[in-house]
Design a protein around this ligand. Structure first.
Ligand code: UD1
Length: 502
């Protein structure tokens, strides 16, 4: 730990002497803790960081809109446009890689979930399914099941390690939650949690914001902080030791996420890709998803916050959106590519500016909760490594099957706990009906087999299928064909055994 004097000198050199303005009011304990925090900061790089943030907020970088063009539709792989044989080939390939221990999943879980408005990590959220499972539990069960499917198909059992990137905000509660839930039956050594870095929030005049008299306001460095965090925490070495060559990176809040999706992995591997992204067709121009497109000829993602509405609204001759390849934050990387990024490119990642409301203490020591943005947070984005790829592929999946994120609190029209719950229950109704079951709703009516509903719509019945029974609808005909099911209905492992015994 640095001494008070050393910290003071370095802060002065960075033009940030105000950070210690309440030093005399702190007790011994507060001083020690503050010094500890400050010693961990990159005090040498602080001046550049604060200056950079101030300049970036003052003159936002030129809009990319004039340089962008859509990715040609033909160059995007697609679930909808591929025949069954091809999809099975990819799935086989993916399951083979899984059975050989060559696939890992990496969860981006360092975000603060501000829009959802809960104080705990989003993965711990219970969207109100009949089973009351949290997002983490659903994801863990999908890992169990995909390992089992790979073993059945290829005769050897592989392990899919689960890497979880957390931040100062989410690490402790996530660890406790996993411990309390016995890692959902996974081996604790196969669940690897690590922390991304935090960086100071800066005021519009380039000064570090004090959140309390002895604490500076810090924020995670964006999900693109992943690449530094992989290095800081020896994650690439861990992958190498386990023989993991392919990584499926995903965002915490998509209730339909296919963990280590064999079809996606198989598609990327058979294309020889080093880097890939799943996309869905954008629902509407203003949907808050990034778009995969070309910027100055290079494929990358332009984030929803950085595209002009008039560009997002552009339509082609058939009325379709020109920029329709919506990023769902499901990425594929080879370990070799990540190693390259770690060694050569991670310093070149773009910094994005986010203007946020950051609670602070004013110069008189009063705690203030701002009502409008007062601070700059600099963030890196996970997809900003795409331009460094030698062979990037995009893969379009079906929204109803794979994308329903939890971003907002209930009451919002989209991306809420209700829409996430509905999307999952709708999918499971579709699976049950396709397997030959007849569903009876809670009023005693038979659900017509042809009922089609869009993502997030109220489901025709409450039918929930445990991922431990079926990963993506497979194997259900043996259990459900000809069954008349009164809903609410939960098909868990116990119920599956009963049905099998019939
Ligand atoms: C930068 C990025 O990827 N944006 C994507 C993200 O947007 P969106 O703005 O929704 O991104 P979020 O803020 O939800 O973050 C995405 C994920 O990154 C994690 N996280 C975030 C910040 C951080 O410092 N550390 C961290 O791990 C979050 O916990 C979350 O799992 O998801 C959308 C789909 O749902 C995509 O269309 C967006 O293109």
């Amino acid at each position: 730990m640095l001494s008070n004097k050393e910290v003071q000198q370095r802060l002065e050199a960075a033009g940030q002497a105000h950070v210690l303005q309440f030093w005399s009011e702190l007790n011994e304990e507060e001083r020690t803790s503050f010094l500890q925090d400050l010693s961990q900061l990159d005090l040498k790089g602080l001046k550049d960081h604060c200056e950079g943030a101030r300049r970036a907020a003052e003159s936002p970088s030129d809009s990319l809109d004039q340089f962008i063009e859509p990715v040609p539709a033909g160059s995007i792989g697609s679930v909808r446009k591929s025949d069954k044989e091809r999809l099975t080939e990819w799935e086989n390939e993916g399951l083979l890689q899984i059975s050989q221990n060559r696939v890992g999943v990496l969860l981006l879980a360092g975000g603060q979930g501000t829009r959802l408005g809960v104080q705990y990590p989003k993965g711990m959220y219970d969207v109100g399914l009949p089973s009351r499972k949290t997002l983490y539990e659903i994801q863990a069960e999908r890992i169990h099941k995909v390992q089992q499917l790979a073993e059945r198909r290829h005769g050897s059992r592989g392990t899919v390690p689960w890497y979880i990137m957390t931040s100062e905000f989410t690490l402790a509660p996530t660890e406790t939650f996993f411990k309390e839930n016995h890692y959902f039956g996974l081996k604790p050594s196969d669940v690897v949690m690590f922390e991304q870095r935090m960086i100071p929030a800066v005021s519009f005049d380039g000064k570090i914001i004090l959140q309390a008299k002895g604490k500076i306001a810090m924020a995670p460095d964006g999900n693109g902080g992943l690449y530094q965090a992989l290095v800081d925490n020896g994650v690439l070495e861990d992958m190498e030791k386990r023989g993991v060559e392919y990584l499926h990176v995903y965002c915490v809040d998509n209730i339909l996420v296919k963990m280590a999706d064999p079809v996606f992995i198989g598609f990327c591997v058979s294309r020889g890709a080093d880097c890939g992204a799943k996309v869905v067709e954008k629902a509407c121009p203003a949907e808050p998803v990034g778009v995969v497109c070309k910027v100055k000829g290079v494929t990358q993602v332009v984030e929803y916050s950085e595209i002009k509405p008039e560009t997002a609204e552009l339509r082609g001759p058939g009325g379709e959106l020109v920029y329709s390849a919506g990023n769902i934050c499901n990425h594929f990387f080879t370990r070799a590519f990540l190693q390259d990024v770690a060694e050569k490119f991670k310093e070149q990642l773009k910094q994005h500016v986010a203007l946020k409301k950051v609670p602070f203490v004013d110069s008189c020591g009063n705690q203030v909760k701002p009502t409008k943005p007062n601070g700059i947070k600099m963030e890196k984005f996970v997809f900003d490594v795409f331009p460094f790829s030698r062979n990037f592929v995009a893969f379009e999946v079906v929204r109803e099957d794979e994308f329903s994120p939890l971003k907002n609190a209930d009451g919002a029209p989209t991306d809420s706990p209700t829409t996430a719950r509905n999307s999952l229950l709708n999918q499971h109704c579709r699976w049950a009906v396709a397997a030959g079951a007849t569903l009876i709703d809670e009023q005693g009516n038979t659900v017509p087999p042809s009922t089609r509903v869009s993502v997030g719509d109220v489901p025709p019945a409450r039918c929930e299928i445990s991922p431990l029974v079926s990963y993506f609808g497979e194997g259900l005909d043996k259990l459900l064909k000809g069954q008349i099911l009164q809903t609410p209905f939960i098909l868990d492992e116990k119920k599956a055994k009963e049905l099998q015994a019939q």
